[in-house]
Design a protein. Sequence first.
Length: 235
Amino acid sequence: MFEYRICFVKQNLLKYLSHLDLMKAIERGIRRANLPLAFSGGFHPHPKISYGPALAVGINSTDEYLDLELSRELNPEQILELLNTVLPDGLKILAVKRILQHGKPLSALINRASYLVIIAAPAHIKHEVIHQAGQLLTAPELNVLRVNKDGQKIVNIRPWLHNLTIKENSGDVLEIHLTGEIGGNGNLRPDDIINYINLPVRIVSITRTGLWHETKGMVIKPLDICEKPETGNHD
């Protein structure tokens, strides 16, 4: 079998797709492109496709990932071209790489995410919004209410917020750039951060701009993990 890692974007009206609907749209695209998709065994075979962290409904992304397995080898550029001819507007393949080095699945590998949040704030409070947003990085705690299948609980999301910068644009527009935790150790949600601004601001759009693995100060993009490490002669 032959494994590939794909980087793609999800934007425009397709930002309103749920993660399940996204999976269905991509699988339909793979079938329409006549890619030789590999399937699991057993009584209920399923396509061998795995995805990175799910994207919340309503959020654009310029840096999403999936892994898929094919039953025969194809050139990565061929896969890219075939998929981009059949995927709906709003889904676009940016890069394809053959996976030569087996490692963790995307869901376990990716632990950092970056976001661009565009907000609108009346001109007379823009500087106060900038001040409040800047103070979030120095706050000892940022407690939010999280609801899951086990009920409700208060969670301190401050350890998950790694960086925040804010840029003032013309008119009533502000850009907030966030970097934080994603995955098993925590999940930073951009709207939780914006809700901590105690002023009448409005979220215009949210875009996930990056996903990667970070450890001990090293940043590794998912596509850079596909290839086998170089080997050489050692005396």
